[in-house]
Every structure is written in structure tokens, then in C-alpha cells.
Design a protein around this ligand. Structure first.
Ligand SMILES: Cc1cc2nc3c(=O)[nH]c(=O)nc-3n(C[C@H](O)[C@H](O)[C@H](O)COP(=O)(O)O)c2cc1C
Length: 385
């Protein structure tokens, strides 16, 4: 299927579904428990209605902005996603990072990336951030951050909404594991996608590539990447314990996974430059509130002392505009870029980014807004709560 036949992100999703084994597609596509948050995060955008200003000169639209100190051509960027080689075994994160560089957007790399920081930096000499989970061992984090800094990553994101992994029921049902281990239970779904399988068998094993020296880092001896996570990540950490992470990093620092005003204040108190409002794309706490509904109360708590990043359910350029109108400084894309990757590697991610950019520019023109600053809240009607 040719990528330029993908007219929107849903088309890329359909192409990814046709190319990936069911367990891999569902790992991207699925959410926690009854997937209520997953569904609402996308559908809630429809309840916010736009009222555009007409007869304005919209011949030039400037989408540039600054997010967490990083000047950027577009107000959206690629969100961190773990084990990205699952969705494209040959390149994974390199394809994502390369596409971000090509389209001049920020790339955020997961702690659990399946490519090394140094290789990712080579694929993307442009703007890039690195994401952390809360580890048991401070020294591992310090070494990781030092490597990230040396490789040219300028921002750090601490994800705090995963004290335990969410209950994603599609995964056990599909016998999903990282790395995928060939066995009879998954044979049918994998053999049905020979292109992906061929890529997988020709590529190195999928591991948390930046930690292969640690116990479990080779993703074999302790139950794959999930076993590694259970062994290395801490469940008992509190706000007081994460202060040192901010101090260990010289650049911009964001706390990702905030959904309450009091936690936004805590993030600012420990010195965060950005509060990242997220429910992890509906993969963690089900029935959590769609991010677009939360933004004004977070903005009230932040009072301009930090940037606000938002993600969750963004499948359209108009969704980006709506989040910005509700108070976000920048918007992160999770599945939208992953569907592009699954559909067609780096060109697929580039296609996803182009689709969202074109839609955002068109939405702004129709709203009569020629810059991000002109995306004013009064251009949108907010549903009653
Ligand atoms: C397959 C997958 C893997 C993810 N891995 C991570 C991760 O390693 N670290 C992290 O902070 N967030 C991770 N996320 C969450 C995304 O960064 C982002 O918050 C979420 O996908 C946004 O929702 P959306 O996919 O609807 O855009 C992951 C999401 C998906 C779909």
C-alpha cells in the first residue's frame, strides 16, 4: 500500500494493522482495563466546538513556538515509546528519530528504547529529549543522563504515572512478550505477517539497548523487558526522592503523567520546567479524565511558572489546536507516529507528521489564526461538565 494513499492518521492505523502481527498492533493500539480512557481521550475532542474568525489574511501561517526552552517549527513532537523496534524491527527508534529530524520536530526517546542513545543521536542531530522512569539505583540514572547529555539530548522527562504497569488485557490474550519469543501460540499471527517476521529474524534481539550490561538488560533471563522493568524500577519513590534527578540534569526538565493541580505544584516545587499532563494514552489508570478537560485547572496551578505539555488521543491537527487553546504549550504524539512507523517505517512517520501539520495549518487558517499565540480560547466552545 502506498503511503500517500493515507489521507489521515486512521488510514495509517489501518495500514499498520495490515502489516503488524495482531499482538504487536494491539500493544500499540490497546489500553488498560475497559479502555474507557483510551476511547474518551480521542472522542472528547469532538465535544469542543470551534468558531472561526473570517476575512482575515491567513496567507501565511507561522506554527513555530518554544517548548521547554527548545525553539521548534511546530507545536507538536514525538512522545517517548518503549521498545520501538517491535513495530519496525530493523530501525525502530532510528526511524522515529530520523523522521523527527527530517520534519524538524523534537524527538523524545524512551528509557526503554531498543536502540542506543548514541545511535539515536546520529539519526537525529537535531532537537531531542530523553525520558526516564524512576529507578531503584541512582547510579544507573546518573550514568544514563551523562551519556544522554554527551550525545546531545537537551531535555529530560521523568515519567511518574507508572508505579506499576497498567492492566492491558489485549497483551496476555495475544500471548504478547518483549522480545517476541517464537512459539506455537503466536505462530499463526506471526506467520500471517511475513514481512515483519522477515525483518525480525534478520535484526538483532529487541532489548532495552541502553542497559544490556545490567541484570535482565539482555531481556532473556528475567522474563523479557517486563521482567527487567519489575526488577529495576522503583514502586516506593515519592516526590522527595525525585528532587535529586532534577538536580542531576542541567537542561530542561519535565514531569510526565500529571493529572492533578497539587502534583503540578509539586513538580514546580522540585524545579520542573514543564508539567506534562498525560494519562499515558489510556494505558495506565483507566477511567482517568481526558487531558483536554484537565488543562485549565493545571494552568491555574502552574500560573505561568512552567510550560504545559499535553498528550493523549491526538489523531488530528485540530486536536493539537484544541489542546493549545486549552492552555498547552506543546503537544506530544504517541500512537499517531507509531501508526506511521508500523505502516511504513521512517517514511510512514514522516507521513504521519505531515498529515498532522497540514491539518493544523488548515485548522488555523479556518480559525483566522496566523500564529500559535492567536489560537485564543474564545475561538472554542467548551462543553458543560
Ligand atoms: C506502545 C507505547 C509505548 C509507550 N512507551 C512509553 C514510554 O516508554 N515512556 C513514556 O513516558 N510513555 C510511553 N508511552 C506513552 C506515550 O509517551 C504517550 O504518553 C501516549 O502514547 C499519548 O497518547 P496517544 O498514543 O493517544 O497519543 C507509550 C505509549 C505507547 C502507545
Amino acid at each position: 500500500m502506498k503511503l500517500d494513499r493515507a489521507i489521515n492518521i486512521d488510514d495509517l492505523r489501518a495500514m499498520a494493522k495490515a502489516r503488524l502481527p495482531r499482538m504487536v498492533f494491539d500493544y500499540i493500539d490497546g489500553g488498560a482495563d475497559d479502555e474507557v480512557t483510551l476511547k474518551h481521550s480521542v472522542s472528547r475532542f469532538d465535544d469542543y466546538q470551534l468558531t472561526g474568525r473570517t476575512l482575515r489574511d491567513v496567507s501565511k501561517i507561522d506554527c513555530s513556538t518554544t517548548i521547554m526552552g527548545q525553539k521548534t517549527r511546530l507545536p507538536f513532537f514525538i512522545s517517548p515509546t518503549a521498545s520501538t523496534r517491535l513495530f519496525h524491527p530493523a530501525k525502530g527508534e532510528l526511524a522515529m528519530a530520523g523522521a523527527a529530524h527530517e520534519k524538524k520536530v523534537i524527538y523524545a526517546c524512551s528509557t526503554l528504547a531498543s536502540q542506543t542513545l548514541e545511535d539515536i543521536a546520529e539519526a537525529n542531530p537535531g532537537s531531542k529529549w530523553v525520558q526516564l522512569y524512576v529507578w531503584n539505583d541512582k547510579e544507573i540514572v546518573k550514568t544514563f543522563l551523562k551519556r544522554a547529555r554527551a550525545a546531545g539530548f537537551t531535555g529530560c522527562i521523568l515519567t511518574v504515572d507508572m508505579p506499576v504497569a497498567g492492566n492491558r488485557e489485549r497483551d496476555p490474550r495475544n500471548h504478547f512478550a518483549v522480545p517476541p519469543t517464537p512459539n506455537l501460540k503466536i505462530a499463526r499471527q506471526v506467520l500471517a505477517r511475513p514481512g515483519w517476521l522477515w525483518d525480525l529474524v534478520r535484526s538483532p534481539k529487541i532489548t532495552p539497548a541502553n542497559f544490556t550490561h545490567l541484570r535482565g538488560g539482555n531481556a532473556g533471563e528475567t522474563g523479557g523487558v517486563i521482567g527487567f522493568v519489575n526488577e529495576q524500577f522503583s514502586r516506593s519513590v515519592t516526590w522527595d526522592d525525585v528532587r535529586w534527578m532534577r538536580d542531576a540534569w542541567e537542561g530542561g526538565f519535565a514531569i510526565k503523567g500529571i493529572s492533578r493541580a497539587e502534583d503540578a505544584k509539586n513538580a514546580i516545587e522540585i524545579g520542573a520546567d514543564a508539567v506534562w499532563v498525560s494519562n499515558h494514552g489510556g494505558r495506565q489508570l483507566d477511567s482517568s479524565v481526558p487531558v483536554i478537560d484537565l488543562l485549565p485547572e493545571i494552568a491555574d496551578a502552574v500560573r505561568g511558572r512552567a510550560d504545559i505539555i499535553a498528550d493523549g488521543g491526538v489523531r488530528r491537527g485540530s486536536h493539537v489546536a484544541k489542546l493549545l487553546m486549552r492552555g498547552a504549550t506543546g503537544v506530544a504524539l504517541g500512537r499517531a507516529s507509531l501508526f506511521g512507523l508500523g505502516a511504513g517505517g521512517q517514511p510512514g512517520v514522516e507521513r504521519a507528521l505531515s498529515i498532522i501539520e497540514d491539518e493544523l495549518r488548515r485548522t488555523m487558517a479556518l480559525l483566522g489564526a496566523t500564529s500559535i499565540g492567536e489560537l485564543e480560547p474564545e475561538l472554542m466552545r467548551v462543553p458543560k461538565f
